[in-house]
Design a binder for this molecule. Structure first.
Ligand code: ATP
Ligand code: MG
Length: 230
């Protein structure tokens, strides 16, 4: 479903070239829940951004549902991001001027499958907000929501176009442990329903709830193992 082949990422900073990702190979199968773990600066966010087509690799390629994204133009890449990938970030990244309902419905309108007048998008938005227990906060703006509530809205938004994969970069990083676990519970239930998920996390409790832990160090994958094997 998502395949990273020989991914290398170099950054040039002040005349120096640093290798942030070094020959990464990773295959994410449908229905997996992968936790990406490793020390700060090892390249987790960079890898997630490349897997999610938010950034391009210096060399190597990303295949999404069999499509080689390194061959796509900007328009086609935007379509892949919009239709196949859902993103959740540590800082929620909701649009501050829009309320919860509007944040969740917006990607559906951008995807152009709905003009906003039909009830399809409205029904799906209400269903998604209900699934994260946020249906009673639909008209609240992000500043009128708690951190955990904002992240639940962000999860609903990430699911709006029924993505093949949900990518989360430390999605519980800004939350206290109880709220973080509640958010994680939502992700675990989504995974049980078949949603493919890949998360970067510092938290080993969270990592052990995943079906596979991928450990990184200094831009490389050093360990790639299932947590559910006997
Ligand atoms: N735009 C950039 N330009 C130059 N260097 C960068 C850039 N983005 C990231 N880096 C460097 O790449 C390395 C990997 O960064 P990355 O954000 O992927 O790490 P991380 O594993 O997500 O860390 P953390 O756990 O702290 O979030 C770091 O050393 C960072 O300084
Ligand atoms: Mg990071």
């Amino acid at each position: 479903m998502i395949q990273a082949e020989n991914i290398t990422k170099l950054y040039k900073v002040g005349g120096n070239v640093i290798k942030v990702l070094n020959d990464i190979n990773l295959q994410v199968e449908k229905g997996e829940f992968i936790a990406l773990q490793g020390p700060s600066g090892c390249g987790k966010s960079t890898l997630l951004n490349i897997l999610g087509c938010l950034e391009t690799a210096t060399s190597g390629r990303i295949l999404i549902d069999g499509v080689d994204t390194s061959r796509l133009n900007d328009d086609d890449l935007a379509k892949i991001r919009q239709g196949k990938i859902g993103y959740i970030f540590q800082a929620y990244n909701l649009i501050p001027t829009l309320n919860a309902y509007e944040n969740v419905v917006l990607p559906m309108l951008f995807a152009g499958e709905d003009d906003g007048k039909s009830s399809m998008a409205a029904k799906r938005t209400a269903m998604l907000l209900k699934s994260v227990a946020m249906h009673d906060r639909m008209t609240h703006k992000p500043s009128e929501l708690s951190g955990g509530e904002q992240q639940r809205v962000a999860i609903a938004r990430a699911l709006s176009n029924n993505p093949s994969i949900l990518i989360g970069d430390e999605p519980t990083g800004n939350l206290d442990s109880k709220t973080g676990l509640a958010v994680l519970d939502i992700l675990i239930n989504l995974n049980k329903e078949g949603q493919t998920i890949i998360l970067a996390t510092h938290d080993s409790t969270i990592a052990h709830m995943a079906s596979r832990i991928v450990k990184m160090k200094d831009g490389r994958i050093i360990n790639n193992s299932s947590t559910k094997e006997h």
